[in-house]
Structures are given as structure tokens and as C-alpha cells.
Write a protein that binds this ligand. Structure first.
Ligand SMILES: [Zn+2]
Length: 214
């Protein structure tokens, strides 16, 4: 364990509090207590637009998951990235060169202090040995919060919001998002990556909220 990791472990003791209810208990390998285990439901299979060669998510975005994601994103719950990422499994057939997080606009990044998708990407990178590149895809428009918009608005909101580097040419990419709802954000990212010459783009998220939007 590196010094920095030791320091973080002291700040955020793991295996003590359940990542769902926050109570101290005996935890499973995802950091979930027995009482909360049944609240966490695997995400269903789904597919996205033709720019996306494969899509997968860890858990269903229900109330328990939403509470976790909320703390992860808005209440400096960076430590929850490890728990959320533990539900994400890359399908064996996804052969990728790099992992790219869905980027935040620089202004949003400044407000939040961190990109939650980069934290998830880092966890997957450590587990699968695929490098993370957060310099190949940029958000060039500061879009509205997707959670506030309807399906049609979501599409319009993220249209042409991303720009990918020509260094994506010929490489296969795993794009990491925190929550997929309509899929419009990751589809738009995939479109930009493909336009820059990427070979294949796969999408994985911690949670899938499809069919739950208004
Ligand atoms: Zn619990």
C-alpha cells in the first residue's frame, strides 16, 4: 500500500460502514450490509445507438442506488467510487486499448472538484490493467444537468457537446459513465470518438436508469 493510499484509508475507513445505509455492520465484498443487500438489484441488459459496440451497467438505479450516487457526486463521496465500481464487470469480449471517463465541462469540474466518472474509470483500470485517458475527449459545451430534463431535451442538451482528439484513430475505447438514463450522453460521446476515428466504443456505467425517466 502506498503512503497516499494509507492516508486515504485512514480518512475513509473501509469495511466499516455500509455504502447504502451508512451504518456499521458486517459487509459483503461490495461494502453492503445484509439488510441492504436486497435493495441492490443488478442492472438489466440494454443496448445503445449504433456508435456503441456494447453497453453494460452494474446496478439498477433504484432509490438505494440513487442515494449512493447522490452522495458520490454531490456530497464529496469519492470513497463510494470503489463500491460503485465493484458492481461493474467488463464483458470478456470487450477488447479495449483505453478507458475514457465521460468528461465534465471545466466549469462543472471546478464546482465539484472531481469527475466522478474518472474515479470509476480509475477503479476499473486498476482491476483490468487498461490505462485511463482523460485527455482524448472533452466536453465543449456546459450542458444543463441531465437529471432535470426529459428524453427529447436530453438529446438536444448534449448534441455536439463533446469533442474527441484525432489520437483516438484506430483505438478501441471503454467509455465510463456513472448513470445511464436515456443513453444520450454516452451516445453523443461515442459519436464524437467514432468521428475522430476510434475503432470501437463500449459503454459501461455504475447504474442503469433506463425506462425510469419522465
Ligand atoms: Zn446497509
Amino acid at each position: 500500500m502506498k503512503l497516499k493510499e494509507l492516508f486515504l484509508a485512514a480518512l475513509y475507513p473501509e469495511d466499516v460502514a455500509c455504502c447504502v445505509c451508512n451504518k456499521e455492520a458486517v459487509l459483503n465484498s461490495h461494502g453492503v450490509c445484509r439488510a441492504c443487500e436486497e435493495l441492490i438489484v443488478p442492472a438489466p441488459g440494454f443496448s445503445l445507438s449504433e456508435a456503441v459496440s456494447g453497453a453494460s451497467a452494474g446496478i439498477k438505479y433504484n432509490d438505494a442506488a440513487a442515494d449512493m450516487v447522490h452522495r458520490f457526486k454531490y456530497f464529496d463521496g469519492r470513497y463510494l467510487g470503489k463500491n460503485l465500481a465493484s458492481f461493474m464487470t467488463l464483458p470478456q469480449e470487450w477488447q479495449a486499448d483505453v478507458i475514457i471517463p465521460v468528461p465534465l465541462h471545466p466549469e462543472r469540474l471546478k464546482e465539484r472538484g472531481y469527475n466522478q466518472s474518472l474515479i470509476l474509470a480509475g477503479e476499473l483500470s486498476g482491476r483490468y490493467g487498461i490505462p485511463v485517458r482523460d485527455d482524448l475527449l472533452k466536453r465543449i459545451r456546459n450542458t444543463l444537468m441531465q437529471s432535470m430534463t426529459s428524453r427529447e431535451e436530453r438529446r438536444a442538451n448534449v448534441k455536439d457537446a463533446f469533442s474527441a482528439s484525432k489520437r483516438c484513430r484506430g483505438i478501441s475505447i471503454i467509455l465510463v459513465d456513472d448513470v445511464i438514463t436515456s443513453g444520450s450522453t454516452s451516445e453523443e460521446c461515442a459519436k464524437a470518438l467514432k468521428a475522430a476515428g476510434a475503432d470501437k466504443v463500449y459503454v459501461i456505467a455504475a447504474c442503469y436508469a433506463g425506462g425510469q425517466e419522465s
